[in-house]
Structures are given as structure tokens and as C-alpha cells.
Design a protein around this ligand. Sequence first.
Ligand code: IPE
Ligand code: IPE
Ligand code: MG
Length: 255
Amino acid sequence: MAEPDSNSPQSVPRHIAIIMDGNGRWAKANGYPRHQGHRAGVKSTRAVVEAAAERGIKALTLFAFSSENWSRPSDEVSSLMSLFFEVLQREVDALHENRIQVRFVGARDELSSRLQKRLQAAEELTADNDGMQLVLAVAYGGRWDIVQATRKLAERVEAGQLSAGDIDEHRLAAELSLAGMPAPDLLIRTGGERRISNFLLWDMAYSELYFTDRLWPDFNADDLDLALEFFAGRERRFGQTGDQVANRAEVTAGD
Ligand code: IPE
Ligand code: IPE
Ligand code: MG
């Protein structure tokens, strides 16, 4: 079950979600084919996972491949799929050694069976780790997520286990891919676009949004720190007034 949005003040996000965008433009700017941009992006991913864990971030969700990315040219799709397969193989032991718990969210049945098996093996290997939770969104779409959650609830209604009137935000959230995790406090999108591109639509209702022009292959730990600085400067109100939030902060500080 996704925890309700917390309105206790915090300067470090518990959960960061990242739209890792700009690989293709990075490749073009450097005179490489697009797939080299994706390869270069893996280095940033590794650096950011390490830096996030070092900074005490509890959960990191990375958008690696969207529902809509299936409509890219087939050679780009297949090179991305091969890259996921190769990188998982190479990185999973190091992730495990760093006690990182890896999970995948997305339409797994759309992936090749060998990739599905590898994803599952990585999840199983790291399932009991107590370090940062790393969620990789592959073949993921926010709309897909809401639809699959709705379908699960509908099946329970059909089976007579649930009545339609009992469906509420809590029950729907419990069927979403990120159920059980705090909602992302901070969304980072690299690559200059200021849009959500069908990422975590439900979960980002109250996320702070940070957009940077930096292309993903150039994004590093210093850039992450800039995003964290931005986050620390936000006042999260969750619909309340600024005074209410300030009073609450005083009460919390006096506890
Ligand atoms: C993000 O980089 C990676 C994926 C979507 C898989 P892009 O490939 O979208 O890079 P740009 O936006 O074309 O520069
Ligand atoms: C979003 O980037 C998806 C990922 C980073 C995986 P896109 O490059 O697909 O987004 P649009 O098409 O520019 O909105
Ligand atoms: Mg893009």
C-alpha cells in the first residue's frame, strides 16, 4: 500500500524518481549513433545509484523504457533491450554487494523471456537486502499502471470479493506497481523537456518537479546534489496553507 503523502518536513527526499532523458541528443552532439548515447547513459546510471545510496536516499525509481518507446525504430529498441540484458548481468553482483534491493516495474510480458528471467533473478538475489530500493521501470507507463491496477480490482469485484463501493484511493494505490513504497518526493528529468511522458502519473501527485537541461550521459553526482538542494528549498504544503505547514514544523521541532 502506498503510504499517504507525508507532510512532516524533511530536507532529504526518501524517494527520488528520475526520467533519464537525452541520450540520443548526447550521441548526436558527440557524433555517435544513438545507441552509443544509451551506453554512455549507463555510466550516469551507475554513478547516480551510488551517489543516491551514499546520500541516504531510501528509494530510487529510474525510467529506463516507456510503453511508448516500443514505437521507436526496431534497431534502437533491440539495442536497448540487449543493453538492459548485458548491464543487468554485469551490475547485479555489485548492486547485491552494496545491499541494494532491485525491483522492476512495467509490462514484463512484453519483454523477451530471457530478459524476464534475468529481471526475476536479479529481484530474487537482492530481495532480502536492506539497503536502498532501486526500482527500474521498463516497458512502463503510468496509464498502463493505473489500468492494470483497475483490472485487478475489477477481477475482485467479479469474484464477489469486493464491492464497487469499497473502491477508494487506498485500494487502488495498493494495486499499483509502487505499492508499499512512499510516493516519490522528488522527480528529476534530465534532457531539458518539461513533461512527465507517462511516468508515474498517480504516484507523482505531490512530487516536487526538478527539470535540468543536462543530458543524461552528462548527469553526475554534483547534478544530483543540485537537485537535492532544490528539494531542500521547497515548502511542501499538500494542500494546506503555508501557516499551517509552518506551525506543524514548530510542533514537530518541539517534540
Ligand atoms: C532516454 O534518452 C532513453 C530512453 C528513452 C530509452 P532518449 O533516447 O529519449 O534521448 P533523446 O531524448 O532522443 O535525446
Ligand atoms: C521518457 O523519455 C522515457 C524515458 C526516459 C525512458 P522520452 O524520450 O521517451 O520522452 P518524450 O518522447 O520526449 O516525451
Ligand atoms: Mg527522449
